[in-house]
Design a protein around this ligand. Structure first.
Ligand code: AMP
Length: 418
């Protein structure tokens, strides 16, 4: 039996790096006043179909949807935002306080064509700022996303930013763009011809060379922005400028989902190859309505953990150094076993990582193991030590060995491992 295509098994060498990285990002989110939200991994299919949009790739062809035993259509979450807003609407959190700051981290599922940096089960770290419509909240989310990448240790990424304007601006542009796409339809890729009907904006960020050529003279969304949309975007940029955050305005950046308006942005990793987006986000002001709640504005981002970890594998090999126990405890003879387990208990309570033998191996093979895995200290209890209430401590780095009273073990070990 093989794992399903597009999924990964993560063993301790990697999972340690993942956990440490997620912790650094969580610390960054906490430093911005964000608290963790945990939501179900599956939702009623309608949560995603409505919020993300029937016309998007995600809803149209990538969702893992199934009918459960009660006959309800359920979907494994393909993204976080819809579930977070479903939860916010369901629990009427905006009735309790006008602003909520959440971060999240966990697995998502999309039936995509697997390749480097693209999986069917993948993970995101992200955040949503719910309740604010201000350029300041857009800037805060961008600053936090950036800080998460920096905290994770990513070197070499660029921020691309654009505005989709408010819905009036976008509707006017969409109509004009559709006309333009019709006029160049025969020069577009099959994929873009298909998208053109359902989601014309999406054609703009096609990576296909044919599309790029055909789109050279496409109308620009910037020309369709009304005053409100322009002012909002300029204020966001002004804050970024004031904070010395570099960015590139990318007028073709639209992102794949239907729900965005105003600010959208993406972080591009310099060393990722074709799937080079580390993450992105934007403002979405209409999602609460999909869940039958009073309209409320929100802005958020999500970062792809696989792509972050792929980058760190190249940039930060030390993150991937194996985790080794501090002490290997060896009992010589049946009578010592209980005592050794008691010492193990004491050392673990002191925060040390210790192992005892569970394979009935000889002293020689246990010493070999300690050597192989660079375990710095070996603690040995034989008949003599048992009678004397002592242990033998061996410093594996220099081979030095000494007897130590059992009530001084912790200090002696700390002295060795520093
Ligand atoms: P999205 O939710 O599509 O805006 O994606 C945000 C980020 O999640 C992307 O920039 C990627 O880093 C990551 N991501 C999206 N889809 C996948 C996938 N299928 N496999 C791995 N990472 C993904």
């Amino acid at each position: 039996m093989q794992s399903p295509r597009g999924t990964k098994d993560i063993f301790p060498l990697q999972s340690k790096a993942w956990r440490e990285t997620e912790q650094k990002m969580a610390d960054a989110a906490r430093s911005f006043g964000y608290g963790e939200i945990r939501i179900p991994i599956f939702e009623h299919t309608g949560v995603f179909a409505r919020a993300i949009g029937e016309e998007t790739d995600i809803v149209g062809k990538e969702m893992y949807t199934f009918v459960d035993r009660g006959g309800d259509s359920m979907t494994l979450r393909p993204e976080f935002t819809a579930g977070v807003i479903r939860a916010a609407a369901q629990h009427s959190i905006l009735g309790q306080s006008p602003l909520h700051r959440f971060w999240y981290c966990g697995p998502l599922f999309r039936y995509e064509r697997p390749q480097k940096g693209r999986f069917r089960q993948f993970h995101q770290f992200g955040a949503e700022c719910i309740g604010a419509d201000s350029p300041e909240s857009d800037a805060e989310i961008i600053l936090l996303a950036r800080q998460c990448l920096i905290a994770a240790g990513i070197n070499g990424f660029r921020l691309q930013i654009n505005t989709l304007g408010n819905s009036e601006s976008r509707a006017a542009y969409r109509a004009r763009l559709s006309d333009f796409l019709q006029s160049v339809a025969e020069r577009l890729s099959d994929e873009s011809r298909r998208r053109m009907e359902r989601n014309p904006l999406r054609v703009l960020d096609s990576k296909d060379e044919r599309d790029r050529e055909a789109l050279v003279n496409a109308p620009s969304l910037t020309d369709f922005l009304d005053l409100e949309s322009k002012v909002h975007f300029e204020l966001v940029l002004k804050i970024l400028d004031s904070q010395g955050i570099p960015y590139e305005i990318h007028s073709r950046l639209v992102r794949g989902l239907d729900y965005y308006s105003h600010t959208v942005f993406e972080f591009i990793g310099d060393s990722l190859g074709s799937q080079d987006a580390l993450g992105g986000g934007g403002r979405y002001n209409n999602m609460f309505e999909y869940f039958g709640a009073k309209s409320a504005p929100a802005v958020g981002f999500s970062l792809g953990m696989e792509r972050i970890m792929l980058t760190l594998e190249q940039q930060s090999p030390v993150l991937y150094s194996p985790e080794r126990p501090d002490v290997s405890l060896i009992a010589l003879g049946e009578e010592s076993v209980n005592t050794v387990w008691k010492y193990a208990d004491v050392l673990r309570a002191e925060g040390l990582s210790v192992i005892t033998d569970v394979l009935g191996r000889s002293m020689k093979s246990l010493m070999k193991e300690a050597d192989k895995f660079s375990i710095p200290v070996v603690l040995i209890v034989g008949e003599n030590e048992l009678a004397a209430g002592t242990v033998i401590l061996r410093d594996m780095r220099n081979g030095g060995q000494r007897e130590c009273p059992s009530n001084k073990i912790v200090a002696a070990i700390r002295e060795i491992i520093g």
